[in-house]
Design a binder for this molecule. Sequence first.
Ligand code: ZN
Ligand code: ZN
Ligand code: ZN
Ligand code: ZN
Ligand code: ZN
Ligand code: ZN
Length: 256
Amino acid sequence: MNNAEKTLIHTSHLHPLQLVTSPEPKPICHACNMQCTDRCFGCLKCRYYLHITCATIKKRLDHPSHPAHTLLFELTPTYDSGKFGCNACGDEGSTFCLRCRECNYDLHLHCAALPHKVNHHSHNHPLSLVYENPNPHSNGTPYAYCELCKATVDVSKWFYRCNTCNFGGHVACFAPNTVEALSPGLQAPAPPPSPIPPQPQAASQVGNVTNEELQMQLIAAQAKAAQSMMVANAMHNAGNTFRYSFDNVQYTTRWM
Ligand SMILES: [Zn+2]
Ligand SMILES: [Zn+2]
Ligand SMILES: [Zn+2]
Ligand SMILES: [Zn+2]
Ligand SMILES: [Zn+2]
Ligand SMILES: [Zn+2]
């Protein structure tokens, strides 16, 4: 990977972000308020950091949990409170979200990025992510216990389930390291030496580019990010193996 490929211009920050090894203690991702993993995108000067997943998620997302409308990326919640309630996990968010304005449907980026299917060593079949209570007659009472932690499952939130066996449970139990799994930094193999000679870096040019040039770079970076997320999404469902293509480097991450 050459230096140009490690730079990302993101709408949320004035300066280009570099793909870096996370400093210690690991910083908090500005998008999701969760701790960054081994590598992240960051502006070292401003101490502004984003998970790789959070920095590169699609800005328009058609998600099966909300088939009626396309979800759009928002930098800040548009509610007066400055917060949104995530329709996936029920928790509040105060920074980036994917949102349907028409329906007030909001998702954390990391919730939107949850794999639609997971393989777990505790079960023979793949588990599917369930977005809606499959048993509406239960009147909202928890109908199921999590097979891993044995606590009740609040079916108003997303959960994982094997439809054949009615086996399943919490997202946090069955996909505990999703954000980590989605960030290729943790277990990424060393990228192969790039055959392409290093290109001029966006970062080093920023000091003397015009606004228009910066705008063009921004659009190009966004298009590129959207493209790599599309590749990532297309490769999402390979069981417990997550393949992630980022800037033409392919990463493979497995979880148990
Ligand atoms: Zn994040
Ligand atoms: Zn900065
Ligand atoms: Zn959420
Ligand atoms: Zn909608
Ligand atoms: Zn559980
Ligand atoms: Zn099963």
